[in-house]
Design a binder for this molecule. Structure first.
Ligand code: FES
Length: 208
């Protein structure tokens, strides 16, 4: 619990996509474990894990275009123009080919930047100019799908927050309280892969 500026009690709540789950999926692990014991069933631990399509992008995953002329193709730097409007992409497990499309928090927006013009501390997250940020606005969770081509900022259509893609997704306008999460990438054999889990928290925090 936190206290708002107006002095009222307010609860901070990190919104994710759990509301999209069906009733069966909201059963807790403890409940499943108890049911398993009551039924004399030995449940393998893997059965209790998160489905692969809902897992956040994992190191070694490939990136696949979700939209645009290259929809369905693996992301390669030459398929993106310099400073083009970001397009959405999803991670894919390279072994099972499962696309991690089971949660909207997994979606990233990608484009290609001039790495030399980028803040030095962020350059290690870029693969031959390709950069990826979470598509979910940190204000109230809309998809950040707009693009200010003049300022090279990603923009949110809901309340006009703007994020500087050359400075780690820093907020440069609007009400968003924190930067977009960045997904570190690397280039292996000409293909863009996920290098590490998201830097920064994905999703949004709301006071009410
Ligand atoms: S949800 Fe993006 S600015 Fe409000």
């Amino acid at each position: 619990m936190t206290v708002s500026r107006r002095g009222k009690r307010a609860r901070t709540w990190v919104r994710d996509d759990t509301e999209q789950r069906g009733i069966g999926q909201t059963v807790s692990r403890r409940t499943i474990f108890k049911l398993g014991l009551l039924g004399g069933i030995a449940l393998p631990l893997s059965a209790l894990g998160q489905p692969a399509d809902r897992m956040r992008p994992q190191p070694g995953d490939r990136l696949v275009f979700e939209e645009g002329p290259n929809q369905g193709e693996l992301v390669r730097p030459e398929l993106l123009d310099l400073n083009q409007k970001p397009v959405s992409a999803l991670a894919q497990d390279p072994e099972t080919e499962v696309l991690r499309d089971g949660s909207r928090l997994n979606r990233v927006m990608i484009t290609r930047i001039d790495v030399d013009a980028m803040g030095e501390r962020y350059r290690g997250n870029v693969a031959a100019g390709v950069i990826a940020y979470s598509a979910v606005c940190t204000h109230t969770g809309c998809d950040v799908i707009d693009w200010d081509a003049e300022k090279l900022n990603m923009a949110c259509p809901c309340h006009e927050s703007q994020f500087d893609i050359y400075e780690g997704g820093k907020v440069v306008g609007g009400p968003a309280p924190r930067p977009l999460a960045m997904l570190p990438l690397e280039l292996v054999d000409g293909v863009v892969l996920v290098a590490a889990v998201f830097r920064g928290r994905v999703g949004f925090t709301q006071q009410f």
